[in-house]
Design a protein around this ligand. Structure first.
Ligand SMILES: Cc1cc2nc3c(=O)[nH]c(=O)nc-3n(C[C@H](O)[C@H](O)[C@H](O)COP(=O)(O)OP(=O)(O)OC[C@H]3O[C@@H](n4cnc5c(N)ncnc54)[C@H](O)[C@@H]3O)c2cc1C
Length: 292
């Protein structure tokens, strides 16, 4: 594999990295684990003059939790670290499941969850659960920091709301409310180690009578950005959780999906899988919520 020529930069602080982004705007790309970026470079899909690695910036790989702040996943936390983190496994096990569903263990030991998010692929494994859990992306331009709700982060395939001078520093996931369950479901045509043909994240909160009090459903690989299943969410509110209501929610989710036909799956199959996986995700999430 040959790469185009570029100058490799390795800043040792966030402010230095942001200054380099500012200085070389339009000519610089960021590399975290590089598992997407190196492929894009080798295909000449991008030809930057500068490639900036984030690796030497301290503390960006931290994973922490507090009841007030929720879960905080640093930008350099590896997929594998998220997969096996006792904090993630305790506070948000479906994020660990999504990380584990990503690529092979070799790739997971290089790639980051943040890279998966910033790459903004519609089929990314870690995005649907983060959308379902209402995550926030923290972005820094050196002297300023802002929080981008994940619903506003994805603008199109490979395009995010990050400005050219911003680095995403962390993913914040709010503390999961009482009687709440989360699920991540994925289907890929070849095997488990493949990009998703469809993937679904769902989070549901039940009231004392076990009726749906709040729900978020995110569908991946069925539109240019992750799509919320708005009709299904609206339908479920206040409803008792039964096989019938969950099946109807799945059917409504498929109505909101707008997949294309490509090498992985055709449009009709994807629609059907949205229905199946949404019903499955809601079933798992609500059974976890009952016992939470
Ligand atoms: C063989 C193979 C199999 C794969 N299988 C899967 C799979 O099953 N599921 C799946 O979802 N993905 C898969 N991927 C894609 C990839 O591994 C993941 O998307 C990974 O999480 C990317 O993380 P990274 O740290 O390597 O990102 P990088 O390649 O370093 O970066 C990805 C993009 O995000 C930007 N970026 C990274 N970090 C930041 C930051 N902190 N701030 C701003 N921008 C940033 C980069 O500029 C780049 O545009 C696969 C890749 C390969 C090569």
């Amino acid at each position: 594999m040959s790469l185009p020529q570029f100058t490799f930069l390795m800043p040792t602080s966030l402010s230095e990295a942001c200054s380099l982004l500012e200085e070389h705007q339009g000519k610089i790309k960021i590399k975290a684990g590089g598992t997407d970026m190196i492929v894009r470079l080798s295909h000449r899909a991008v030809k930057p003059d500068f490639l900036m690695a984030l690796k030497k910036i301290p503390d960006l790989n931290q994973i922490s939790y507090s009841p007030e702040a929720g879960l905080n996943i640093g930008a350099l936390a590896l997929l594998r670290e998220v997969e096996i983190s006792p904090i993630v496994l305790e506070q948000a096990p479906m994020l660990a499941r999504a990380a584990r569903a990503t690529a092979t263990v070799q790739i997971r030991n290089m790639g980051t969850v943040m890279g998966n998010v910033c790459n903004a692929s519609p089929s990314a494994d870690n995005i649907p659960t983060l959308v379902a859990m209402n995550a926030v992306i923290v972005a820094s331009s050196g002297d300023q920091e802002r929080e981008i709700p994940i619903d506003e982060f994805f603008l199109g395939p490979g395009r995010s709301a990050l400005q050219a001078n911003e680095i995403a520093t962390a993913i914040k996931v709010p503390k999961v409310a009482a009687k709440t369950g989360v699920s991540y479901q994925k289907i890929s045509p070849r095997s488990k180690v493949d990009i998703a043909a469809v993937n679904i994240g769902a989070m549901i909160t039940l009231d004392k009578a076990n009726k749906c009090e709040a729900v978020r459903i995110s569908m991946g690989a069925v539109g240019p950005t992750p799509l919320r299943a708005k009709q299904a969410e609206k339908y479920l509110l206040g409803k008792e959780i039964t096989d019938e209501t969950l099946a109807e929610a799945g059917r409504l989710a498929a109505e909101d999906a707008s997949p294309i036909t490509d090498v992985r799956a055709n449009r009709e199959y994807r629609k059907l899988m949205v229905e199946v996986l949404t019903t499955r995700a809601l079933k798992e999430a609500s059974s976890l919520a009952v016992n939470y």
